[in-house]
Design a protein around this ligand. Sequence first.
Ligand SMILES: [Zn+2]
Length: 382
Amino acid sequence: MLDDNAKAMITPLFRDYYGHIEIRDGHIGEREFGFGDFEKKISFRHYSFSNAALLKKYIVDNAPAFISYSPAFYQEPSGRPMEKKGWLGAELVFDLDAGDLHLECQKQHSRAWVCSNCLEKVKLETIKLIEDFLIPDFGFSTKEMSINFSGNRGYHVHVSCDPVYQLKSKSREAITDYISGKKIDPDWFFPSIGKKIAKLSGPKPSDPGWGGKLAGDVIKSINGGVDALVAIGIERKIAKALDAKKADVIFGISNGNWDKVAIPKKDEFWKGIILKISPNLGCAIDKNVTKDVHHLIRMPETLHGDTGLAGKSIGSVSELEKFDPMKDAIAFNSGEITVEAELPYKLIMMGNEYGPYSKQRVELPSYAAIYLILKRFAKLIV
Ligand SMILES: [Zn+2]
């Protein structure tokens, strides 16, 4: 539980922040809103506001710790139960969270903590979603996408255009299966598998979609040498044989011929490799968020009640590449706050390092103090 003193200090800061933001998002009147306190992200939902001014008044009056809204549009967004809302359609949303990436650093720090490696890796995963899937495979343009920082340890990507609005949950789930690479069937790419013909023909790097990604990745590993091939699960003896005829093998795969080196049970062999590499080439997106057409998600530009950081909108992939949440998403940048901090990690914000602290009294810039208080690694001293 966040103590009352901390709540009393932070709530007016949230209120002041909301007094200054511009609510630009369209479809306000058709969205369902949900709000949370410092203990629960959504403690009440089914709210609606007919325009941005009314929404702004509500959030300034109440200064909620979390503000979420529906990517779905409804005739009656406040209708209950859900069937009474009159679903009109929904944006296609993707939620990427560092916690889903199974990173090595996460074995060193608790799930409650986010380190700079977590933030960097989830950013790369978001760029991969956009540049390897949404643009080339689905044909969405960057104008149809909006990207925002989640406020804690991830990013949200919203796709807004006519072809996606009416997609039902099943279709959205199929999109997540495609992007995650978890349900790839190698038979799709090796038409000769199971047929009694001599040559194994397979995907070329120039193929669209997964075929091209898989062929390109295998070529990349062949270029990387024996160790890179072993790393994708190829036994050393075969890796050496592929490496010895490297140029020939790469030329072959570039033209769809996967049979330049004699490999015992070649069909099964390449099937196994494809199954091993496809999840790594896929994207770690939260399937449930994408497929749930009634889900509520952080409203862009609003604050995250577990960090005090803002869910900043990011205008483009090149802006995302440069985006540093621990600098660019800082909402409270004036004054210092004294806290008792107990932090086993190092916090880096605005390029400065804070901690580790062993139950000690420290004066910190307000953004760092609020971050640690809300993450429960520090207590406000009054
Ligand atoms: Zn980490």
